[in-house]
Design a protein around this ligand. Structure first.
Ligand code: ATP
Ligand code: MG
Ligand code: MG
Length: 386
C-alpha cells in the first residue's frame, strides 16, 4: 500500500498540513467530527467521523493509514500505545505517543523539562490544595501568579491570572473541576517562539519569532523577532532545540519562550505539532512548517537551509468578534489593501468570540514596510474584537 497519513484532529492545522500534502499527492485521512476544516480540502469517502478521544475511532483511522500524526495534543494516547504494540497495525505513530502524553498535561510537561535541565517559570502542583495554600504561594512568589489547568488547555482557556489574595476563590471557581497547578509570573519583555523540526537526519530550527498575545490568545507574530540581539536569537534556537531533543518522535514542534529583562530565556510550553507561531512560514520561508512536518514524519529530504526566512513577515490572527461574521471585515480589509497580505480562512462556519477563524501573513522587503502594511488590518481586527 502507498503511504497514507492519518490525522488525529481536523482543525486548521490539519487543513494546512493537508494542503501541503495535496501538492505532493500524499494521501491523507482525517479523524474528526463532521465536515471539519481539514476534511474540506480533501474530498474522498475514507475520512472517519468521530472523536480523536474515542479508542474505536482511532483504531478505525489506524487501519486506513501507514503513518498516524496529530494536529492537536488532546488525543487518547492509550489507544496510540496499544496500536504501536499491536503487530496487526502497520501504522507508525509520529511523534511518539509518550511525547504527546507528557506534553498534553502541562504540569507533567514542566516536570519533564525541569528533569532535563530546561528552565521554565517556577511551578507547583495544586491538586488537593486549598485557597490558603495558594495564598501561601502568593506570599512566597508575590502577585500576580498564574493558575493553570494541567489539561485541555489552549488559547488561554485554562489560565487565570491571580492578582491578589482576593482573586483566588474566583480563579478556583472559574477553573473549577479541572486539575490545577500554579506558575510564578514571568516578567517578560517579549515572548519568542521557535519551530523545531525533528527528522531522520537531525533537528533543525526555524528563525526565532516574536509573539504578541492579548488575553492569553496569540494575536501577532513578527518574523524575525524585533529588537532582539543576534546572541539572544541564537540562544532561543539553542534552548528550543535542547528542549525538543528531550522528546521522542519525528515532526515539527512549537516552543514558546519568555524573554526576561536580563535577556535570559524560560520555556513557556511546547506543542508536539505545527503551531500558530509558525503559520508565517507558508509565505515567509522556503519550506513551510506544514511541509516540514510531512517531510519529517515521512523521511523526505529536509535541510537547515530549507527553513531560512525569505522576507520579513508578520502574521495576524483573524479572531471571531461580536457577531458570527464580523471577522469577515478583517479579510475584506486585507483583500483591498495589498497582495502582500496572504489570506488563509479556515472554513469553520459561524464565529464565536475569540475563536481562530483564519490568519493573514504580510511579507515585505523590510520589517518596517511589513509593519506599515499590516497596521490598518490590525486596526480593523481590534475593532472587530471590541
Ligand atoms: P496556547 O494557545 O499557546 O496553547 P495556552 O492556553 O496553552 O495557549 P499558555 O501558553 O500557558 O496558554 O499561556 C498563554 C499566554 O499567557 C502566554 O503566551 C503568556 O502571554 C501568558 N502567560 C502564561 N503563563 C505565564 C506566566 N507564568 N507568566 C506570565 N505570563 C504568562
Ligand atoms: Mg498551550
Ligand atoms: Mg501557549
Amino acid at each position: 500500500m502507498d503511504q497514507v497519513v492519518g490525522f488525529l484532529g481536523g482543525g486548521q492545522l490539519g487543513r494546512m498540513t493537508i494542503e501541503a500534502a495535496n501538492d505532493l499527492n500524499i494521501k491523507c485521512v482525517v479523524l474528526d467530527q463532521g465536515h471539519s476544516p481539514a476534511k474540506q480540502v480533501l474530498a474522498h469517502a475514507e475520512h472517519v467521523d468521530g472523536s480523536f478521544k474515542d479508542p474505536a475511532s482511532v483504531k478505525k483511522l489506524a487501519e486506513k493509514c501507514t503513518t498516524i500524526t496529530v494536529e492537536i495534543e488532546h488525543v487518547d494516547t492509550y489507544v496510540m500505545e496499544e496500536i504501536e504494540k499491536d503487530p496487526n497495525f502497520r501504522a507508525k505513530i509520529e511523534p511518539h505517543w509518550q511525547t504527546i502524553r507528557t506534553i498534553q498535561n502541562k504540569y507533567n510537561q514542566k516536570l519533564h523539562l525541569h528533569q532535563h535541565g530546561v528552565r521554565t517559570a517556577e511551578f507547583e502542583d495544586l491538586e488537593g490544595k486549598s485557597e490558603e495554600d495558594i495564598k501561601t504561594l502568593g506570599q512566597k512568589w508575590g502577585y500576580p501568579l498564574m493558575l493553570k489547568s494541567k489539561t485541555e488547555a489552549y488559547d488561554g482557556r485554562g489560565n487565570f491570572p491571580v492578582k491578589s489574595d482576593a482573586d483566588i476563590l474566583e480563579a478556583m471557581q472559574a477553573l473549577g473541576g479541572r486539575p490545577l497547578y500554579a506558575e510564578r509570573w514571568a516578567n517578560f519583555k517579549a515572548e519568542v517562539a521557535v519551530m523545531v523540526v525533528k527528522a531522520k537526519n537531525g533537528e533543525f530550527a526555524y528563525p526565532p519569532v516574536e509573539t504578541v498575545h492579548e488575553d492569553s490568545i496569540l494575536k501577532l507574530v513578527f518574523a524575525p523577532a524585533r529588537n532582539v540581539s543576534k546572541g539572544v536569537l541564537q540562544q532561543a534556537q539553542k534552548l528550543a532545540t535542547k528542549a525538543i531533543g528531550t522528546f521522542k518522535g519525528k515532526g515539527v514542534y512549537g516552543v514558546e519562550m519568555f524573554l526576561l529583562e536580563d535577556d535570559s530565556l524560560l520555556v513557556n510550553e511546547i506543542a508536539p505539532r505545527p503551531h500558530n507561531s509558525g503559520h508565517y512560514t507558508i509565505e515567509g520561508c522556503y519550506m513551510s512548517q506544514f511541509q516540514a512536518h510531512l517531510h519529517a514524519i515521512l523521511d523526505l529530504p529536509i535541510a537547515q537551509e530549507d527553513l531560512e526566512l525569505r522576507e520579513p513577515s508578520i502574521m495576524l490572527n483573524i479572531l471571531g468578534g461580536e457577531t458570527t461574521d464580523s471577522h469577515e471585515k478583517v479579510k475584506m480589509k486585507a483583500l483591498h489593501i495589498t497582495r502582500k497580505a496572504h489570506i488563509h480562512m479556515y472554513g469553520k462556519g459561524p464565529a464565536r468570540k475569540g475563536r481562530k477563524m483564519g490568519h493573514i501573513t504580510v511579507t515585505a522587503k523590510t520589517m518596517a514596510q511589513a509593519e506599515a502594511l499590516v497596521q490598518p488590518i490590525v486596526d480593523i481586527a481590534d475593532e472587530v474584537r471590541g
